[in-house]
Design a protein around this ligand. Structure first.
Ligand code: F6R
Length: 242
């Protein structure tokens, strides 16, 4: 596990460098994209490189980490729409190249199985961008998640719903209770994990993920078993590292 401590803008450039170098050597790469605040500067940087230096996503595909269950198709916080706004519409992905779990499916379990199959059919994820929750979740694998889990339905913790209320006008009651998320086993199947975390609220989760004992109670710790992980953190998020 490589840990880089730098200011947020530099972290975004480093994550974008990893994506760019992958796309330059493998234009049909499979990317894993996260939502939330952590990757936003990375998406800005990738969009800038697309516009200014011709970085192309035309042959690439992307898989989202997770999706809320039950948000209406046109809801701005539906992760499918967030990813469309923050990155997909700003670069040149081919139509249909970005996929996510279907949180509006009638049969959610079947949708999860189909999503796992789609990732496998694409040859697996080459580079997975990740954030980490204050409670240590990656994807929406909350504490207690099976370390070998695959895409499935999960219940969000009160902590995560409170953390995400800022995206719903500060009203926690508007944050869905359930989500579909790639499992920890799914995430671990990606060939390179690039995790970003900034701010003091992430310090404990970063400390546990990097230095804690591997435990389902801190799901990010499973990354210690991955052969290629890049952890990009600012000083505040690194403040509990020893
Ligand atoms: C988002 C996701 C989550 C977030 C995490 C951190 O797709 O899977 O694990 O990465 O909740 O969120 P932010 O970046 O908003 O602090």
């Amino acid at each position: 596990m490589e840990v880089v401590i730098a200011p947020a803008d530099e972290l975004a450039r480093l994550a974008a460098d990893a994506v760019e170098s992958l796309l330059r050597r493998k234009p049909d790469a499979v990317l894993g994209v996260a939502t939330g605040s952590s990757p936003l500067k990375v998406y800005d940087e990738l969009a800038r490189r697309h516009t200014q230096s011709g970085l192309s996503f035309a042959r690439a595909t992307a898989f989202m980490l997770d999706e809320y269950v039950g948000l209406p198709a046109d809801h701005p916080e539906r992760y499918r729409n967030v990813i469309e706004t923050e990155i997909a519409s700003r670069v040149d992905f081919a139509p249909g190249a970005v996929q996510g779990p279907d949180g509006l499916a009638e049969d959610l379990a079947a949708a999860c199985a189909a999503y796992e199959q789609a990732i496998a059919d694409a040859g697996g994820v080459d580079l997975q961008l990740l954030g980490i929750g204050t409670d240590g979740h990656i994807g929406f694998n909350e504490p207690g998640s099976s370390l070998a889990s695959r895409t499935r339905i999960k219940t969000l913790t009160e902590q995560t719903r409170a953390d995400n209320a800022r995206f719903f006008g500060g009203d926690v009651t508007q944050v869905p209770q359930h989500c579909l998320t790639q499992g920890l086993g799914t995430i671990m199947s990606a060939r390179h994990l690039v995790m970003l975390a900034t701010g003091r609220s992430k310090a404990e989760a970063v400390h546990q993920a990097v230095e804690g004992p591997v435990s389902a109670m801190w799901p990010g710790t499973i990354m210690q078993h991955h052969p290629h992980v890049t952890v990009l953190v600012d000083n505040a998020a690194a403040s509990r590292l020893q």
